[in-house]
Design a protein around this ligand. Structure first.
Ligand code: SAH
Length: 280
């Protein structure tokens, strides 16, 4: 019976995802899962695919879970494949790959990085850091997952991106001063209060520009959450959090950054709102 409801709910999610922001991220019960095993009823934003589930009352450390997930075969293996040109992906994964590529392309389109220093936080396998370096930026990229960082380093070498360096680092421990700071599809792993602290860090590191993307909260989620609450509890892997556009904008504004432009990428299984903010 549950699977029938899930099948019915899945297309609705894809259709409603792009609409306007609403309720608090904390109250939304979504769980990141592996898109390969779930297929329908799943939506993704960057390093997470989320499926509707019941209330999640687990007492877990998000950062700890995320680090383990992206170092293990489940997370690293899947996302390394999605963020590649491998044919060994299903339709959902391909959709997520294409959506993510649009977000990355938008940053590359907006950013004028020739001769600039860029800090890419939560760099994954280097999908943004490598092309930035190839466009003449000096890139300091880091990620909490050592597996991701190793892969990014290997890809950079293969691509001849010599002006990018990679290190394993929690973004909250990043230091330095850069012309631009980017953090793409990372905030989905953290609740809003954590996101705000992370945006503080991005802004502290940037002299000029911040690029940040996240899965935006929408009013439709409230409806989907209701449907979701019909389902039995949390699934595997990491939790996923949506953020209100206004919360992210306020976090940037608090640090003296004003949003210059935004772009929403939304497909059936991927949605991510990208903001470019500049120091006021
Ligand atoms: N920004 C990359 C990767 C997105 S996937 C891209 O768009 O291609 C999300 C990434 O965030 C994962 O690689 C994960 O390990 C990383 N991450 C999650 N929490 C982090 C944190 N606290 N500090 C640094 N990296 C983090």
């Amino acid at each position: 019976m549950w699977s029938i409801v899930l099948l019915a709910a899945a297309p609705a999610w894809g259709l409603v995802a792009p609409l306007a922001p609403a309720a608090g991220a904390r109250s939304v019960s979504l769980h990141a899962v592996d898109p390969l095993t779930v297929g329908l009823g799943v939506v993704a934003a960057g390093g997470a695919a989320v499926v509707l589930g019941g209330e999640d009352t687990r007492d877990i450390d998000d950062k700890d879970e995320v680090e383990k997930y992206f170092n293990g075969e489940t997370g690293f293996g899947r996302w390394n494949k999605i963020y590649s040109e491998s044919d060994d992906v299903n339709g959902v994964q391909r959709d997520i790959r294409d959506g993510h590529a649009q977000t990355v392309d938008k940053v590359l389109d907006w950013a004028d990085v020739e001769g600039k220093s860029v800090c890419d936080l939560g760099c994954g396998v280097g999908s943004l850091a490598i092309p930035l370096a190839l466009r003449g930026a000096t890139v300091s990229a880091s990620d909490i997952s050592a597996a991701m960082v190793r892969e990014a380093g290997a890809r950079a070498q293969a691509a001849g991106a010599t002006s990018a360096r990679f290190e394993t680092l929690d973004l909250e421990s990043a230091t330095g001063s850069y012309d631009a700071v980017s953090c793409i599809d990372v905030m989905i792993h953290y609740p809003t209060d954590k996101m705000v602290g992370m945006v503080d860090r991005l802004c502290a590191l940037s002299e000029e520009t911040v690029f940040v993307s996240f899965a935006p909260n929408t009013p439709q989620l409230a409806v989907l959450k209701k449907i979701g609450s019909l389902f039995p509890g949390p699934s595997k892997a990491t939790r996923a959090y949506l953020h209100k556009e206004a919360d992210v904008e306020a976090a940037l504004a608090k640090n003296g950054f004003k949003v210059k432009r935004k772009h929403l990428t939304s497909s059936n299984f991927y949605f991510s709102l990208l903001m470019e903010a500049v120091k006021a």
